[in-house]
Design a protein around this ligand. Structure first.
Ligand code: HEM
Length: 353
């Protein structure tokens, strides 16, 4: 990019392109001479959402670029910058969730004044929203009612979304990053003592951890928690299907367990913030669905889906980071955490892993 600081006098409205933005509201009701006061609010709120989606995309693209690097030094500014920008996305999503209340000042009758004029357009067709989901890691095959996309979206938009699936999503890049962190190198664990009764064919830390975890199960958990799920998640032995590799699940759990160590602070923040975004997106889906239920009851959407029922399914199915949330099942109390080997602690203090 060319760097030019030659002085150029700016004028507020020109700098912000207000001429374009403020003249981009075209209520259909106005064009057709229908009285529908609230259509302006409906248009502006969608545009405001789209502008914020653009900002989220800007942050997300930069995070993808940072994570696309071959090496990420966990104590370098890379991870801190990514975490800082992730936090901005968190704050934007909070705003987007609360913004639903503004739309809720429109009553169902106000909406009916212009609803039929906008069909078959629908937020379902928001290309930016679909791109965000795909870039974070949602796959077409995992989308609720994937068949809707074929007839609701323009061909070029479907192509754009499926092309994105060919690139590394944030979830893929996180997986690569977590896999690369070399906590499990033998040099750190040579003197680590494995308790009696623990498995002998696992890495010493995991043999110990599995043993402590299993011995800590009480009451009904003894029946409800199946250790073969543990083995499947962390060692790839078994049928639980996950997007994250077993090595990444190990590292993510390890970071969570030992997050009080300075080196883990930023990676822990980064992971937690993305879980928060997953949750905030689900909160938005819930608020949107409740608002839709109130607005149109059990009618179908302008885009032709089953309306609130479709939205409920998407809300339940479109979590992207469920592998990370599943890890919580396998936490143990701090007091029971195995003491880490000195060699690893040293390495963690000197941070150049
Ligand atoms: C009166 C207000 C609204 C109503 C009644 C409404 C209704 C619906 C319905 C019924 C759907 C399902 C697809 C369909 O059949 O059309 C949908 C999807 C969607 N709407 Fe809205 N919506 C409203 C406002 C908004 C706003 C302000 C946004 C902000 C961008 C938005 C974004 C979306 C998105 C992203 C989807 C796809 C959700 C998914 O597939 O998970 N909607 N909407």
């Amino acid at each position: 990019m060319k760097n030019s600081y030659t002085k150029k006098e700016q004028y507020y409205g020109d700098y912000l392109g207000l001429d374009k933005i403020l003249n981009a509201q075209f209520p259909e009701s106005e064009a057709r001479g229908v009285d529908a006061h609230d259509e302006m609010l409906f248009i502006i709120i969608h545009q405001a959402y789209e502008l914020w989606f653009k900002q989220i995309m800007h942050e997300l693209d930069s995070i993808l670029e940072l994570f696309g690097q071959e090496e990420i030094n966990d104590n370098s500014s890379t991870l801190q910058v990514a975490t800082h920008r992730t936090n901005r996305i968190v704050e934007i999503w909070k705003l987007l969730v609360s913004q639903v209340t503004v739309l809720e000042t429109m009553t169902p009758m106000d909406f009916l004044d212009f609803r039929d004029l906008l069909a078959p357009a629908s937020g379902f067709q928001s290309f930016q929203f679909r791109k965000l989901e795909a870039k974070i890691g949602l796959k077409m095959k995992s989308r609720h009612e994937a068949c809707y996309y074929q007839y609701q979206l323009r061909k070029e938009d479907i192509k754009g979304i499926t092309e994105l699936e060919g690139e590394d999503s944030l979830l893929d890049l996180m997986d690569k990053w977590l896999k690369r962190i070399p906590f499990w190198n033998n040099e750190f664990w040579q003197d680590f003592e494995v308790p009696e009764g623990a498995s002998t064919d696992l890495h010493p830390f995991w043999a110990t951890y599995r043993h402590i975890y299993q011995s800590g199960l009480i009451g009904a958990e003894l029946k409800s928690i199946d250790m073969s799920d543990f083995d499947s998640l962390f060692f790839g032995k078994g049928g639980v299907s996950t997007r994250l590799s077993p090595e990444s699940c190990q590292t993510a759990l390890f970071i969570t367990l030992y997050r009080d160590n300075p080196l883990f602070q930023v990676p822990f923040q980064f992971l937690s913030k993305w879980l928060e975004i997953d949750e905030l997106m689900a909160s938005w889906r819930y608020r949107h669905m409740s608002m839709v239920r109130r607005m149109i009851g059990m009618r179908i959407g302008t885009g032709g889906s089953s309306g609130a029922n479709y939205l409920k399914g998407a809300m339940e199915k479109h979590h992207i980071f469920s592998d990370f949330t599943r890890l919580t099942t396998y936490l143990i109390p701090r007091a029971k955490l195995p003491e880490l080997p000195v060699a690893l602690k040293e390495k963690m203090r000197f941070v150049d892993l």
